[in-house]
Design a protein around this ligand. Structure first.
Ligand code: PEP
Length: 255
């Protein structure tokens, strides 16, 4: 049985007081959550501490980014080791996003750099959520399968069987992120199945069937159920709709 996950990527949103209000509101509505699902929230790194310091906060949290370097003169960066050190027993912080399309596009993160980030996280026993997805032009020119395949091969296929089982993949078509345009459940399922086939070719069926693959891209309460009902979609990575407690809980309950 693969793990079902719904994760909220807050990006560069919410200040300290808003984080506190969110947690209080979320905690008061936790009883409404009906699904057996792992919930993760990715706040801005500066507020990871605010979240885990809140009473009764037992939801997993993750970092949105880490450096590909172990340590050294990299001003402004946070290392995987620092993330681990922040919550040494991994009671709350287990995950880190890698390769979100905004990082690929605005910070020039290549598959090679992302492969290094994956290594740094695994060395520190943190779980990468490795994001992949094609741009609109690539879908239009029907090169989307090829693009996603090379993101997977170049970012992940240096890992051995044991290592790859410690990560989650998120398929996020770039044209659907923050645009209101969602991939149809058929388009999403097709790509998730393709990613699983790609994993099977490199590793084996057991590995391919064990890795959770999340969908991300304008997922909201109105379309989450349809997307999550697809056989190869194991949950979602939610941007905008995770910033509001009620819509996030509705998406969680769509699993
Ligand atoms: C994201 O940023 O990972 C994302 C999926 O954003 P949105 O849900 O807003 O499209």
């Amino acid at each position: 049985m693969r793990k079902k996950i719904v994760a909220g990527n807050w990006k560069m949103n919410l200040l300290d007081e808003e984080v506190i209000n969110y947690v209080v509101d979320f905690n008061s509505k936790k009883g409404e959550i009906e699904s057996e699902v792992e919930i993760i929230i990715f706040p801005a790194s500066l507020y990871l501490d605010t979240m885990i310091s809140m009473p009764d906060w037992d939801i997993k949290i993750g970092a949105q980014n880490c450096s590909q370097h172990k340590s050294g003169a990299f001003t402004g960066e946070i290392s995987a080791e620092m993330l681990r050190d922040f919550d040494y027993d991994c009671e709350n912080l287990h995950y880190c996003l890698v390769g979100h399309s905004e990082r690929r596009a605005y910070f020039n993160e290549t598959n090679t750099i992302l492969a290094q980030k994956v290594d740094r996280l695994l060395e520190c026993e943190l779980k990468p959520i490795y994001c992949c997805g094609e741009e609109l032009e690539q879908r239009k020119s029907e090169s989307h399968f090829e693009v996603v395949k090379s993101q997977i091969i170049e970012g992940l296929f240096h890992l051995d069987e044991k290592q790859i089982l410690n990560l989650v993949i998120a398929y996020e078509p770039v044209w659907a992120i923050g645009t209101g345009e969602t991939a149809t459940s058929k388009q999403a399922q097709e790509m998730h199945q393709f990613i699983r086939e790609t994993l099977k070719e490199k590793y084996n069926e057991e590995v391919a069937n064990s890795i959770s693959i999340l969908y991300g891209g304008s997922c909201k309460p109105s379309n989450a159920k349809e997307l999550f009902s697809q056989p190869d979609i194991d949950g979602g990575l939610i941007g905008g709709a995770s910033l509001e407690v009620d819509s996030f809980i509705q998406i969680i309950n769509s699993i």
